[in-house]
Design a protein around this ligand. Structure first.
Ligand code: FMN
Length: 369
């Protein structure tokens, strides 16, 4: 019987059925995806060490001993430490004044609630280190690093039987991390939601595979269908890492206005800009993007200062229910996400479509393997 092309090395190394990885900030999505036989990585940059420990406990209660991962963001270019007030005091004047001007033009007042971005661990280098301690103590199967080189944590993770994955946007960066000993790299193309570089998934993945010397490469960026999953495997990846695909799932805890925008958006509704966080990032376009794209706008401030500016203004706009300000990270594959489905169903539909594509294109019926 023909082999199952979706049974990759990643399935063996993690003991999972399908080489589909969900990145999400929602633990219900993690549980549903894990129990459906795929793999999920929970983004925890916004949580305190105690909250991370509680999430891990909750997920384990739902999935038993099935493996899952935790993602933290570890950029080296942000200040070593500091309170939110310290960081706000360092926001460059030009960008602060421009953001004040935007607030005035839209009639935005100071938000009542603390902006969500002020909880992100990666605003300084100090918090992620405390978050990492919990993840190491809990010995989760995979520690993924969304930004920043995780090489300093490799020995500690490996001693605990954990894998370490690094997200990369360039072959050079992949080589550096693989040489340091990461267990896999996630090659995230320009198409991807969130922080991403200039090279598209179709160019980046084979470049990284070519220098990986047989080490696992996972493809990311714009993967929202089974056809994309089949393409990722064909490009040489051992799996597909996906984010946008889960945002409008039934279990997702995103607010309904965000889900509705995701379900109706097409690729052109996403934009790649540093105006949200100071690092280039793909998100849905909002009025904030339009303001920073104007010829008179200054360049965005470096991270994390731009994030503090965008966080405050976006929070105020949300509280005042302003039209055109509903934003979220989303990849170019968003146009294929058109129905709100349970996460389990998304796993099965994506896998089934990928197998059909292999059958259609090769004429070989994939075996059960
Ligand atoms: C709403 C949202 C938030 C994200 N936040 C993070 C994050 O905190 N850490 C991280 O490593 N990646 C983050 N990402 C990026 C994903 O890990 C992943 O690389 C990306 O979603 C892949 O592209 P796709 O959305 O086109 O599948 C985020 C993505 C989305 C959609």
């Amino acid at each position: 019987m023909a082999k199952n092309p979706l049974h990759t090395k990643l399935c063996d190394s993690l003991g999972i059925e399908y080489p589909l990885i969900a990145f999400t900030h929602c633990k219900d999505v993690v549980a549903a995806v894990t129990n459906a036989g795929a793999f999920a990585v929970m983004g925890e940059t916004q949580n305190t060490p105690d909250e991370i420990a509680a999430d891990i406990k909750w997920i384990r209660e739902k999935v038993g001993n099935k493996p899952f991962g935790i993602d933290l963001v570890l950029p080296a270019s942000v200040p070593p430490s500091g309170t939110i007030a310290d960081l706000k005091a360092q926001i460059p004047k030009e960008q602060r004044e421009y953001a004040e001007g935007i607030k005035k033009r839209y009639g935005l007042s100071t938000p009542k609630e603390q902006p969500f971005v002020e909880q992100l661990g990666w605003l300084t280098q100090e918090t992620p280190r405390k978050q990492l301690e919990v993840v190491l103590d809990e010995k989760v199967a995979v520690l993924a690093s969304g930004l920043g080189n995780p090489d300093f944590i490799l020995d500690a993770a490996h001693e605990r039987g954990m894998q370490v994955w690094g997200l990369v946007g360039k072959a050079r960066q992949a080589k550096r991390e693989l040489d340091a000993g990461v267990d896999a790299v996630v090659a995230a193309g320009h198409d991807a939601a969130g922080h991403t570089g200039a090279i598209g998934t179709f160019s980046l993945v084979p470049q990284v595979v070519a220098i990986a010397d047989g080490k696992p490469v996972i493809a990311a960026g714009g993967i929202t269908t089974g056809r994309h999953l089949a393409a990722a495997i064909t490009l040489g990846a051992v799996g597909a890492w996906t984010g946008t695909l889960w945002l409008a799932s039934r279990e997702s805890d995103k607010e309904m206005a965000v889900k509705e925008r995701i379900l109706s958006a097409i690729a052109e509704d996403t934009v790649h800009s540093a105006c949200v966080s100071g690092f280039t990032m793909r998100t849905l376009r909002t009025k904030w993007h339009d303001e920073w794209a104007k010829p008179e706008a200054p360049r965005p401030a470096p991270a994390p200062f731009q994030l503090l500016l965008s966080g405050e203004v976006m929070q105020a706009a949300r509280e005042q229910n302003l039209e055109g300000w509903v934003g979220e990270a989303a990849g170019q594959g968003v146009g294929f996400v058109t129905k709100m489905k349970p996460a389990r169903q998304i796993v099965f539909d994506t896998v089934e479509e990928a197998l059909n594509v292999f059958e259609e294109t090769t004429g070989v019926v994939p075996g059960e393997d």
